[in-house]
Design a protein around this ligand. Sequence first.
Ligand code: F6P
Length: 751
Amino acid sequence: MLRLSLRFILPLLVVLALLATAVVPLVDVLLSRWSLRDLDLRSSWIAGQVQDREEATGFLTSRSRSAILDYFNRTIQDERLYAIGFFGNERASSHRTTTFPRELLDAHDRLANDQPEQVLESSGGALHVSVHPVRHGDEELGKLVLVHDMSFITRRGDETKKYVFYFFLILGAVISLLTVATAQLSLRGWLAGMRALLRGEMLLRPPASAVSPELKPLVKDLRALVRELDTERRARDESQVTWSPQALRRILHDDLSGDEVLTVSNRQPYIHRYHDGQIDVQVPASGLVTALEPVMRACSGTWIAHGNGSGDRAVVDEKDGVAVPPEDPCYRVRRVWLTDAEESGYYYGFANEGLWPLCHIAHTRPIFRTSDWNHYETVNRRFADAVRDEAHTADPVVLVQDYHFGLLPRLIFERIPAATIITFWHIPWPNPEAFGICPWREELLEGLLGSSILGFHTRFHCNNFIDTVDRYLEARIDRETSVISFKGKQTAVNHYPISIEWPVRWLRTQESVETARTAIRARNGMHDDLCVGVGVDRLDYTKGIIERFLAIERLLELEPSWVGKFAFVQIAAPSRTKIDQYQRFEVEVRALAERINERFGVDGYVPIRLLVEHHEPEQVFEYYRGCDVCIVSSLHDGMNLVAKEFVAAREDERGVLILSQFTGAARELPEALMVNPYNVDQFAAALHVALTMSPREQRDRMRSMRGLIQEFNVYRWAGKMLIDAARMRQRRRVLGENGDGNGRLRGLVIS
Ligand code: F6P
């Protein structure tokens, strides 16, 4: 209040002081200057009238004294003209009005000689006296003296000063009021800013214009502080958490207060199929399942997936759900049913003939059909409805998996605005030019930006995604924090390298490494001394199986000593077999293996065993343990968990991993022998190095890789995302957000 009063009084005082010291004296000076000039002009004009009259009629010389005085008296009727006097020479007599001041009678000569106009102080006040010669022809008849009363100047001055005073007083009051009003408004803005700051909004990421200039430095400092605390906390998370199912459960319990977790993926973790009239359970060959299944065991919750098994419908309850894992149920799979046409368009068509080759740089042309896209949209909606049906709370944590569900995050956001949606894109994200050929690129980007968190395996893929958004959408991108704002929703784009569980549960039932060595050789008709390489993949053109076989052929060519001493087993799980490209690829792979086997096979020695059939995880792990070399040669791969599984399987710290440099795993496992699968000679040389590597070097490399995977396991992958989600939710709660899933979450700094 005091401040406000001061704000009003101060400008007023300033204006008044200005008035007293500068304006009033200035007005006085100017006014008297103008008035004097005015009087001079009036005097000259009156004198001119008398002169004209004299010229015309000889007025002063020929008229009677009374006529002249009468004329003078009429002239001084003008209120300002006080007196007139004419002081003539010999020919003309002198006349003056009775008002003519006595003191001037003596002084008129001096007056006339000194200055024609001047101001004299008389007893009656200041007088303006002007002296004008009057002529008749060439002869000067005398001097006309005009006396003006200057009191009107004082009156006029007083009046003017009064108006000037009122004017400045009002001006001062207006300025004061404006100052107070402006101060009030900016005070209000400042207070609002301060309040927002205290609530934490400014620490998030408001548009630059929303932060008032005076708060900017404070906001900057506080942001830095929050970031520092976040980093510290993350460092603590890193150093203190041993990532395990218990740690994940603790996060769920402590950080997410037991919030509901829903997972959505196309592939389900357990497939029920009719086999010989019985229903059996199959674990699909899928990196996604490998990673997520242990997470779901730890988190419980519900996993929503496509029910594609022939026996799936037979085992579900009335809500299409089934408890899994079969041997020890601890979470629920909710199956979504698709028609053949839907599966064909959404899964085989748009997802696997369109997006899959689009995102993998494997030189296979993507195919985009409008009918596939329509199914893709329909199925994404179907899954969004399933999520809404399964959610028992208003703000579940929803984990959306992979490229089958590019539209799902936004659809879920529309249905459950307070949900925390964590989307993970399991495959690479290409550069903007490559992605730009997709006819529905904007729709996909908008769909994904319905996520609260969008995860990729590598920073590189995050950057590609951000660049793509930058290219095709009108979105606000904060590259420092990797947060994208689009249509009122903020998405944090971060990398979370996926991994496997540690320890792997399939190892529990494994025999010794020696037993595995013998078993896999016996099963494939190989003698015990044979060096064995193994590849485990879905039969997919991105996996570099052709290149792998060519490298083996080259090795046998360049180092014939390996003929009969080295053989390779390729486990190739049939995959997406309805797609032409996959059918052609299988033909190609089979033909190449056959050619190489024909070329180098001798006396029962078969260089390449191609096993195009599904293998259960226990069988796959036996191969990992029994082989000498494992080859992962993808032409492009988001992560590739086979590489990590092989390392996890080798408790004996033996075996060599050959790894394509084009996998996400290559960034985490530099101890592997790195190859460019397109470089056949280099690949063959790497194979030779692997087969001849000393046990000691094998151990050193293996030990280092095992240490990394043990720590950076799948619980950490999920845990990091959940911690980030928990932090978002916590902030939302603290900030009193009313549940639109957005608002003050914006700008959450996660890196
Ligand atoms: O690893 C990429 C991935 O698409 C997974 O997301 C998927 O589960 C896996 O490959 C297997 O593919 P599909 O589910 O088509 O058999």
